[in-house]
Design a protein around this ligand. Structure first.
Ligand code: NAP
Length: 263
């Protein structure tokens, strides 16, 4: 049995992950963590009676009584780095879905994981279809350097552009011929009209109630266009990837960035 802690268990993703762990035959939920939480919160989000699962509001106290193999993190960008650092420092393998970590932070955590010989996974998107969307986009970017990313999420999302959009742009930049997309003389009548710019590729962030997580990668060539789109209609779409991550990280001795490296 893989022993798992869920940080951010009250949140939309954290609650879905908590129920996935409780339902999974190879996983044992050994603790949940959120600085502002109670036992009642755990009973509200799960259909099970959870008398034996401790709810922690101080992460420093977790390890006094709990042994864990994996730390699932679906929290907020401001705390995900500290949480992941804490997990790795204590040889607990992190599976991090929280987005908004900088490249420098990811690099620092990868160094710590190597030093501590502890595995881990940071995945901007745990949906298998989204991983394929990123891989297909990378393939297309070899032939179509003109590309814009339109990412669409629910309006409670804190970071923009999404981690998935950044990861997609990074992967395309590895193979794409460097190019500043659009007319070199273009002017924005309203600042931000052309979106964010990552190495000449533009990224547009849409935030609307009713959406979950969606992304369209739109390529344009001479006389043709290609659109690659992925939609997460439900948060359960991420759970196959989270479960896979939990099973794989306990065998690793390094921190991997991107689910595609474990598929
Ligand atoms: P959410 O509903 O706002 O959940 C965040 C939770 O974190 C809240 O319950 C919050 O508690 C809790 N929290 C705040 N500070 C904390 C701390 N110091 N330690 C532990 N927990 C803390 O957000 P969400 O929609 O679930 O998204 C969570 C993250 O997952 C976001 O970064 C989002 O972009 C990302 N995400 C990733 C994927 C993926 O596939 N990788 C998919 C979807 C979303 P309070 O309510 O008490 O503040």
């Amino acid at each position: 049995m893989i022993k798992i802690i869920v940080a951010g268990f009250k949140g939309r993703m954290g609650a879905t992950a908590t129920n996935m762990v409780l339902d999974h035959e190879n996983f044992e939920l050994v603790a949940v963590y959120d600085p502002e939480a109670s036992e009642q919160n755990l009973n509200e989000i799960s259909q099970y009676k959870n008398e034996n699962i401790p709810v922690f509001t101080d992460k420093e106290k977790i390890l006094d009584t709990v042994n864990a193999d994996v730390w699932i993190d679906f929290t907020i960008p401001e705390v995900a780095y500290d949480n992941t650092y804490f997990a790795l420092s204590n040889k607990i393998a992190p599976v991090v879905g929280t987005t908004g970590l900088s490249e420098t932070q990811v690099n620092q955590l990868q160094i710590l994981a190597k030093e501590n010989k502890t595995g881990g996974l940071i995945a901007p998107n745990f949906a298998v279809g989204a991983v394929l969307m990123m891989e297909f986009s990378k393939k297309a970017a070899e032939y179509f350097p003109d590309v814009e990313i339109i990412e669409l999420h629910h309006d409670n999302k804190l970071d923009a552009p999404s981690g998935t959009a950044i990861k997609t742009a990074e992967m395309m930049a590895e193979v794409r011929k460097p190019k500043e997309q659009g007319n070199p003389n273009e002017k924005e009548s309203f600042p931000g009209a052309r979106g964010a710019n990552y190495e000449g590729m533009h990224i547009h962030s849409v935030r609307l109630p009713g959406l979950i997580a969606h992304q369209q990668v739109q390529f344009g060539g001479v006389g043709e266009g290609l659109t690659i789109r992925h939609d997460s209609y439900n948060r359960s779409s991420f759970m196959t990837g989270v479960a896979l991550g939990c099973e794989k990280v306990v065998e690793l001795q390094e921190l991997v960035y991107g689910l595609e490296h474990l598929l």
